[in-house]
Design a protein around this ligand. Sequence first.
Ligand code: TRP
Length: 455
Amino acid sequence: MSNQRVTFGSKLGVILATVGCAVGLGNIWRFPYMLGSNGGAAFLLVYLLCILLLGLPVMITEFFIGRHSHRNAAGAFKIMAPGTKWSIIGYNGVLAAFLILGFYSVVSGWTLEYIMQAFSGSLIGKSAADFKAEFTNFSSDALRPIIWTFVFIAMTHIIIVSGVKKGIERASKVMMPLLFLILIALCIRSVTLPNAGEGLTFLFKPDFSKITSSVVLSAMGQAFFSLSIGMGCLITYASYFKQDTNLQTTALQVTILDTLVAVLAGVMIFPAVFSFGIAPTAGPELVFITLPNVFEQLPMGWLWSAVFFILLALAALTSTISLHEVATAYVHEEYNVSRKRAAWFVSAGVLVFGVISSLSFGLLKEYTIGGMIFFDALDYLTAKIMLPLGGMLICIFVGTRIDRKILKAELTNEGTIPFLFFNTYAFFMKYIAPVAIGLIFLNESGLIHRIIELF
Ligand code: TRP
C-alpha cells in the first residue's frame, strides 16, 4: 500500500502545503488574543522559547515518523511498534482533530460573515464600540454563525474528497504569498496610527513579573497549536512527502514562516488595539473587533477588509483541510472504507461539535465545563492538554523505541544530506522536550508549588 500512496508533486508544493497547514487562524486570530490575555511581550518571549526548544524537535520527529511509516497518524504506530500501546498517540491525535475542528470551523465561519459584511459596506463608518456590539450580536445568534460553520465544513469536505495533491497543493501555492503581502501592508498602516508605540511596547517589551505558570502553559499550547504538532497532523502530511524531501530544512522553513506570520499578526493588531482603546484582553473577539477599525483608516477600506478576510478564510481552509485529512486518512486506512465515506463520517461528526460550540456563545452560554463555555473548553482541552501530551509521547516513543541509526538514516535521506546538529536534536527530542512538557504540566497543576512549599 505504501508504494501506491500519493505524494506531493514538487518541493515547493511540500513546503507550501505544510506551511498552509501550520499558518491559519492560530497565527492571526489565536496568537494575538492569547498574547493579549497573557501579559503581552512576556508571553511572546516564552512562546518563542517553546517554538525553538519544543516545537522544532517535535516537528522533525513527526516528519520522521510520517515518512518512515508512510501511514496515517494512528497506523504509523501500528507499523513501527506492532502489538504495543503506542498507537494511543494516534488515537489521541484523531480525537484532537475532531475537537479542534469543532471550534476552528466556527471561527472559520466568522471569517465568511466578515467577507460578506465587507462587500456590503457594513464594516465602514462605525465606532469601535459598534464593531464590538455587532460582533457580540452576530456570534451569539442561534442561526447565522451556524450556517457559516456549515458552509466552511462543506468547503473543507469538497477539497478533501477531490484528492490530496490537486486540492491542497494548488490552493496553497497562490494563497500563502498573497496573505503574507497583505499582512505586511496592514502592519505598515497599523504602526503609523496615533499611539501605535504603546502597542509595540506591549508586544515587544517584556514585563518578567507577568510570567506565571498559566502564561507558560498558554504559550506552550499556542506553540503546539500554531505549528500543528502533537496530534499527528504532520505525521500524516510527511507520509505524503517524497523520499528526497529534506525533512530538516522543511521543518526549519515551516517553523520560521509560521512564527513570522504570528509576529506580523501581532504587529498588525496591537498598535491598533491601543490606538482605538480596545482591551487587549478581549479574548476570541479581539481580531474581529480590532481589524475593522484599521480598515476604516484605509482608502477603499471595504476592499481591504474584503481581501483580508478572504485570505484569512483561505488560510483557515488550508488548516481545516489538514485537520480533516488526519481523521479521514485514519478512518479510510484503518477501517477499510472508501475515502469518500470516511470524509462524510468526519464532516458529520465535526458539524455536531461545531454547532454546539457556536451555540455556546449564545443559547448555551450557561452550560459551562470547568467554568468555560463549550467553545473555550474544546480549545483548552486540545491546545493546552492533548497537543503537548501527544508531543511528549511522540518524543518518548522515538527516543526510547527507535534505533538512532534508523532515525538518522531517515532524517539524512540515507546519508545523502548532512544533519549538522543531529546529536543536539536527538538530545532535545529524547530528554529536554518530554521533561520540559512534563514540568510545565506539573507546574500548572500546582504540584510543583506544593512540593516547594513542603521544603
Ligand atoms: N496550526 C493551524 C493554525 O495555526 C491549526 C492546525 C492545523 C492545527 N492542523 C493542526 C493545530 C494540527 C493543531 C494540530 O491555524
